[in-house]
Design a protein around this ligand. Structure first.
Ligand code: HEM
Length: 345
């Protein structure tokens, strides 16, 4: 069907609403109006604003992580591949094997979240390097983030708060999504993905751009991706009806009783035109990919992860962080959450 020029903006808005919300809200009402104040992202937000908003959305849970509250700790080893040595002088790449502390999680502040529900799954990996350095690799099961910057993400979360009448307002959320296109790719991706059948059967993505750095100080941009060696597998409809709301830890433990669970960590190498600072924009699929190594998990459970802050800005020499404002926001937000949970707040 050919779209006439005058039709295009309206159709694009309608498509955006449908794509992102997947609910039959009154499109004419929310998607064809001009951008109102409520549909605009705030001009600035702080890490503490996020912590307070998470509590408003999910309640106060003293001693718990303020996001990704539900999770399971695991241990294993990371075996680096040599491919990245062409771009980086990171000394850990020459090691045979490094100890890895891992935490798998569900997104959100709810420590008793239903694990049969589709949505965010996360992984925090902390590699211990010779000499005491750490490398934190922390990502989610989506290749893109819900917004081009912290403000856009925050504005989206705010629309999920109940109105003064105590009721959720999907029309408000729909209007925000239509007015803020950078939240749309992540929501569309989430809608197309079932709940993972196991923590070991999900992809995880770094989302942000990082850089390899070599001896000469030359930098090469990359985005990492962790893929399960057993393949990606979603929960079947049957399982989502019959499983108890909590099954992921038990499933991981029984998989480990059968053998090791493993993942391959790879890096897509970016082109000049690929965004460095916008985590809502996916890089084209045809970018060259190199293998960074294999993560082997051999044990799950325990509370070793309580004392770990999986801040993704903790990287060793030979790896650099980017100026992505979402990546930058994560350090102070994780720091506040870490301090609060260790002091039972
Ligand atoms: C403005 C953006 C973000 C904010 C404010 C935020 C906030 C937080 C907070 C407060 C925690 C709890 C930290 C702790 O207590 O140790 C957390 C954990 C986590 N976040 Fe984020 N986050 C953001 C973006 C992201 C992104 C882009 C990803 C994925 C690429 C991500 C993945 C995770 C994961 C996997 C955890 C759990 C780590 C663990 O197991 O300890 N977050 N986040």
């Amino acid at each position: 069907m050919k779209i006439h020029q005058q039709q295009a903006p309206t159709l694009a808005k309608r498509f955006a609403c449908k794509l992102a919300t997947g609910v039959s809200i009154s499109l004419a009402l929310v998607c064809t109006s001009s951008v109102s104040l409520a549909q605009k992202a705030p001009e600035s937000v702080s890490a503490n604003d996020f912590i307070e908003l998470f509590a408003k959305l999910g309640g106060q849970h003293p001693g718990m992580r303020k996001a990704h509250a539900r999770g399971v700790c695991a241990q294993g080893v990371f075996k680096p591949a040599k491919d990245a040595l062409q771009y980086s002088n990171a000394s850990f790449l020459t090691q045979q094997s490094l100890p890895a502390q891992v935490r798998f999680s569900l997104g959100g502040p709810n420590p008793v979240a239903d694990e049969r529900t589709p949505g965010t799954r996360g992984i925090g990996i902390q590699l211990s390097l010779p000499g005491g350095d750490k490398y934190n690799i922390t990502g989610n099961n989506s290749p893109v983030f819900t917004g081009k910057n912290p403000e856009t993400f925050f504005g989206f979360l705010q629309t999920l708060l109940p109105d003064e009448n105590g009721q959720a307002n999907p029309a408000k959320t729909g209007a925000y999504i239509a007015a803020n296109p950078s939240v749309q790719p992540a929501l569309a991706y989430a809608r197309s993905n079932p709940a993972p059948a196991s923590f070991s059967r999900s992809d995880y993505f770094g989302i942000h751009t990082f850089f390899f750095e070599n001896e000469q100080g030359e930098q090469t941009k990359f985005r990492w991706h962790l893929s399960p060696d057993a393949g990606v597998l979603g929960l079947s409809e049957e399982e989502s009806k019959t499983l108890p709301p909590t099954f992921l830890e038990e499933r991981l433990t029984s998989e480990l009783a059968e053998g090791t669970v493993s993942f391959t960590l790879s890096a897509a190498i970016g082109n000049e035109q690929d965004s460095v600072i916008d985590p809502s924009q996916q890089w084209p699929e045809e970018r060259p990919v190199i293998t960074l190594g294999t993560l082997e998990i051999n044990q799950a459970g325990g509370d070793a992860c309580t004392a770990i802050n999986f801040d993704p800005n903790v990287v060793p020499s030979g790896i650099k962080t980017s100026d992505d404002p979402v990546l930058k926001m994560r350090s102070p937000a994780y720091g506040i959450s870490f301090g609060k949970r260790l002091s039972q707040q």
